[in-house]
Write a protein that binds this ligand. Structure first.
Ligand code: ATP
Ligand code: MN
Length: 465
C-alpha cells in the first residue's frame, strides 16, 4: 500500500486511492453509531486528516477506543470524499496499528492551550503543536528561498569557519573556544594565560559573522554568500536577541552601497513573495491567531515599489521633530535604538525603511569612510514589527584608511594581515550585508519572541535540549 502524507491525502486527487498514513493522534471522537473519528497529524501541513474507524475493526474496543493525543499510529485505508467542513477528503480505515501510547495523565500537550513560555520548557514536544509546526515549515521554506534567490543570481555559496581568531565587530561579546583546563590554566611567566598551550596556539572564539572571510571569496569570485550559525555572548535578554542565531551574508565585489541596498530590497521581496505562494495555509494560521496584519504586511513588502530610503542625518531630524518622548534621547552621533527604528518604520513612514550613511564613530572599522569624513557607507533595513533586520555596508577598500581606522579602534593591523592583503593586492569596491534569519522568521510569522522561531533557543541561562 502506498504511503501518503496528510498533505497529499487531503488533496481531491487522492480520492479513491488506497493509502497508508502515519502520524500522531490529535483527537479522538466516538460517535453514537459505534465508530470513531480520529484526527491525525504528521507535520506535512497544518491540517489534520480525519480517519473514520468502524466498530468492527478487530482492535476497536481494545485499542482504538483508548487512543488519545500524542499516540503514534499507522492507518491503512481508502481516501474518500468527506462531508465534514474544512476538509475535502477523509480516510475510511481498514486497519489502525498503534506504535506508541501517550498516557493522557502524563502527556503535556492536551487540548488545553499552553502559553509560549510554558512550551519553551517543552522544546522537545512543542514541534507537535500547530504553532511550532507552522514555524518550522515557514523557517524551512525561507531557507530554501534564500538559497534559490542567490542561486538564480549566480552567487557562490561559501562556507566560512565557525571557529575564528578574529573579532569581526571589534567589540568583544564573543564565546571563547578552548581546550585549556579552567581549573588549571597554564600561565606565562608574567601571569597571563598561556594560549601557546591551547589547541590552536592562540585565543579563539565562535564567530560573530562570516563577513571577513566572505570578503576573501568575494574579492576572488565576485558574488558569494555564506549562511550559517553565528554566536554573540551579548547579555541582552530581549525578544530579538539570541546567543546563537543564523545569518545570511552576501558579499559582492565591484559593488556600491546603492547596489547593496537594491539587492537587500530585492532579497526581502523575494522571500516574502515565495512564502506567500508556498506557505499560504501556515501564514493564514499566523494571521488568524498571532497577528491579523500579517498577510497585509507581507503582501506590502512583496509588492512595494521601493523601500523608503533616508540618510541617518535625515532620520535623526525626523525623530527630533516627532515630539515623541523616547526612553533614549535622539542626538546626531548616537546609535538609533530599537524604539527609534520602530517609530520610523511603524509610525512615520509605515513601510520598510533603509537608513544609510551612519556616523563613523558608532560603526566598525571595515565600513567605507564617506567623503564628508564624518559618516560611513553603512545601511540598516528596518521592518515594521521587528525593527532592524539587515545590517550592511560598503567596505573600506583603501589600505591606508583602513589601517588608520583599526589603530583608532584599538585593533592590531598585524592580526588582520590577510584581511589587509585584500586591499594590498587588486583592491576593489565591495559591499555586503547580513540578514538575521530569526528576525526574518519573526517578521513573517508575527511571533513576538525570537525564542519561539528557532527550534532550540540559546539565551543567557538557557541551553537545555
Ligand atoms: P542589534 O542592534 O539589533 O543588536 P546588530 O547591529 O548587532 O543588531 P549586526 O551586527 O548588523 O546587528 O548583524 C546583522 C543582523 O543579524 C541584524 O540585522 C539582525 O537581523 C541579526 N542579529 C544581530 N544580533 C542578533 C542576535 N543577538 N540575535 C538574533 N539576530 C541578531
Ligand atoms: Mn547587536
Amino acid at each position: 500500500m502506498e504511503k501518503l502524507s496528510v498533505r497529499e491525502a487531503r488533496q481531491p486527487e487522492a480520492i479513491g486511492r488506497q493509502a497508508k498514513l502515519q502520524g500522531w493522534i490529535r483527537t479522538r471522537r466516538d460517535s453514537k453509531g459505534g465508530f470513531s473519528f480520529l484526527e491525525v497529524n504528521d507535520g506535512s501541513c497544518l491540517a489534520n486528516i480525519q480517519i473514520v474507524a468502524d466498530g468492527d475493526l478487530p482492535n476497536y474496543q481494545t485499542e482504538i477506543k483508548q487512543l488519545s493525543a500524542g499516540c503514534s499510529v499507522t492507518i491503512c485505508g481508502t481516501v474518500k470524499p468527506s462531508g465534514g467542513k474544512g476538509q475535502v477528503t477523509e480516510i475510511q480505515a481498514k486497519s489502525v496499528q498503534v506504535h506508541g501510547w501517550a498516557d493522557p495523565e502524563e502527556f503535556p500537550l492536551q487540548k488545553k492551550r499552553h502559553s509560549f513560555e510554558k512550551l519553551r520548557e517543552w522544546a522537545h514536544l512543542r514541534p507537535r503543536t500547530n504553532t511550532f509546526g507552522a514555524v518550522a515549515r515557514v523557517r524551512s521554506q525561507l531557507c530554501q528561498s534564500i538559497h534559490s534567490f542567490f542561486h538564480e543570481r549566480n552567487f557562490l555559496y561559501v562556507h566560512t569557519p565557525i571557529i575564528t581568531a578574529s573579532d569581526c565587530e571589534g567589540a568583544g561579546e564573543m564565546f571563547r573556544v578552548t581546550t585549556l583546563d579552567p581549573a588549571n590554566t597554564p600561565r606565562t611567566s608574567d601571569g597571563k594565560v598561556d594560549y601557546a598551550q591551547d589547541f590552536f596556539d592562540r585565543p579563539t572564539y565562535l564567530t560573530v559573522s562570516g563577513q571577513l572571510e566572505g570578503e576573501i571569496y568575494a574579492t576572488a569570485l565576485g558574488k558569494i554568500y555564506t549562511f550559517g550559525p553565528t554566536f554573540r555572548a551579548e547579555n541582552s535578554n530581549t525578544s530579538r536577541h539570541l546567543a546563537e542565531f543564523w545569518m545570511v551574508e552576501p558579499e559582492m565585489a565591484f559593488c556600491t552601497l546603492q547596489e547593496n541596498m537594491d539587492l537587500a530590497e530585492q532579497f526581502l521581496k523575494h522571500l516574502c513573495g515565495e512564502l506567500l505562494s508556498q506557505c499560504g495555509d501556515d501564514l493564514q494560521f499566523f494571521n488568524d491567531r498571532i497577528d491579523d496584519q500579517l498577510l497585509q504586511r507581507l503582501g506590502d513588502v512583496a509588492a512595494s515599489e521601493q523601500f523608503e530610503r533616508l540618510s541617518y542625518t535625515e532620520a535623526v531630524a525626523l525623530l527630533e521633530k516627532s515630539g515623541e518622548s523616547f526612553d533614549y534621547p535622539v542626538t546626531w552621533g548616537a546609535n538609533l535604538q530599537a524604539e527609534h527604528e520602530r517609530y520610523l518604520t511603524e509610525k512615520v513612514l509605515c513601510r520598510p525603511v533603509i537608513v544609510y550613511d551612519y556616523p563613523a564613530a558608532i560603526k566598525p572599522f571595515y565600513m567605507k569612510v564617506n567623503d564628508d569624513q564624518q559618516t560611513v557607507a553603512a545601511m540598516d533595513v528596518l521592518l515594521p514589527g521587528v525593527g532592524e533586520i539587515i545590517g550592511g555596508s560598503q567596505r573600506e577598500d583603501r589600505l591606508d584608511v583602513i589601517e588608520a581606522k583599526m589603530k583608532e579602534q584599538g585593533l592590531q593591523p598585524e592580526d588582520y594581515w590577510w584581511y589587509l592583503d585584500l586591499r594590498r593586492f587588486g583592491t576593489v569596491p565591495h559591499a555586503g550585508f547580513g540578514l538575521g534569519l530569526e528576525r526574518m522568521v519573526q517578521f513573517v510569522t508575527g511571533m513576538a519572541n525570537i525564542r519561539d522561531v528557532i527550534p532550540f533557543p540559546r539565551t543567557p541561562g538557557n541551553a537545555e535540549f
